[in-house]
Design a binder for this molecule. Structure first.
Ligand code: DGY
Length: 317
């Protein structure tokens, strides 16, 4: 019987689509090391992975029977896709089903940072609330403010729609501008990256992590941001140079940051933890029960398709 190895448990709905296979799941509440994955998935034809599993060339080479790596995520920067392609191993991901969840969380961070929700919560819990005051925990309004979206793909567009409902004006940067009709339909305007950084009151990142987007927001670009702007990242930590971000927050150029992702997860720099104007989340962009269930179903469908010799619905390669 063909063996499928899951590096971590995912919702049962995905497993139900894989009846008839020998399913082996790491049921421990910890991530496996590369050596452990190689050893446990030795004879597997399918490997189901998390974004926290580094699936590099050595690992792929060590699993000679492998036909498919199904990532339980839309991002797949954790997988050496080129090595998989070379070896004829299919790679799949889980797009679309987590778009709304991630866009909702992005808006939550925009609101949490601008309206100082976490600071306010701490303030009350520390029994410091001594009555209404005109200047207590004020922040910028969203109405008429520029939201700069870097990467107007599926999630970027869902963020734009939500932000527009709050009265924000949306500008965006993509490698290539959209067609004018499309821009009009979405109510967005294109800017170069530098223009976007200079004009935006809020910047939100929605590009995948690739060689090109690694440290896209470096010290030079961060220092171009509008004084008092707020930066939100629900994409991947390494798109921002984290050390440079800390500097830019410390020198007061940025008013606040809302971060769901970090360069070296699960490590979060102490300097960020120490800042009151930074809202920190543990990579929960897609963490609605509905999205996580749909993601599991997509994984099940992708694996089943490859093992049945069909084209997987969500092929990366
Ligand atoms: C993804 O899918 O890439 C998110 O970061 C986690 O769901």
């Amino acid at each position: 019987m063909d063996k499928i190895f899951f590096t971590y448990k995912i919702p049962d709905e995905g497993l139900l689509l894989l009846k008839g296979y020998d399913i082996m799941i790491n049921t421990e509440d910890r991530f496996l090391s590369k050596e452990e994955i190689i050893q446990k998935a030795k004879d597997a034809v399918a490997l189901v992975t998390l974004l926290s599993d580094k699936i590099d060339a050595e690992l792929i080479k060590s699993l000679p029977k492998l036909k498919v790596i199904a990532n339980y995520a839309v991002g797949y920067n954790n997988i050496d896709v080129e090595e998989a392609r070379k070896r004829g191993v299919r790679v799949t991901n889980t797009p679309d089903v987590l778009t709304d969840a991630t866009a909702d969380l992005t808006l939550a961070l925009i609101l949490a940072t601008s309206r100082r929700i976490v600071e306010g919560d701490r303030f009350v819990r520390e029994h410091r609330f001594a009555g209404w005051k005109p200047d207590l925990l004020t922040g910028p309004s969203l109405k008429e403010k520029n939201l700069g979206i870097i990467g107007l793909g599926r999630i970027g567009r869902a963020v734009a729609k939500r932000a527009q409902a709050f009265g924000m004006k949306v500008i965006y940067h993509n490698r290539k501008p959209l067609l004018t009709e499309e821009e009009e339909r979405l109510g967005v305007n294109y800017r170069s990256l530098e223009e976007l950084l200079k004009e935006s009151d809020f910047v939100s990142i929605h590009v995948p992590l690739t060689r090109e987007t690694h440290h896209l927001l470096n010290e030079k670009r961060l220092s171009m941001m509008k004084p008092g702007a707020i930066l939100v990242n629900t994409a991947r930590g390494s798109i921002i140079d984290e050390a440079a971000l800390i500097k830019t927050l410390k020198n007061g150029r940025l008013a606040a940051a809302g971060l769901d992702v970090y360069e070296e997860e699960p490590t979060v720099p102490q300097s960020l933890i120490d800042m009151d104007n930074v809202v920190l989340l543990p990579h929960v962009g897609s963490a609605t029960r509905e999205a996580r269930t749909e993601m599991a179903i997509m994984v099940g469908r992708n694996v089943a398709a490859v093992l049945e010799g069909k084209e997987p619905p969500n092929a990366v390669v």
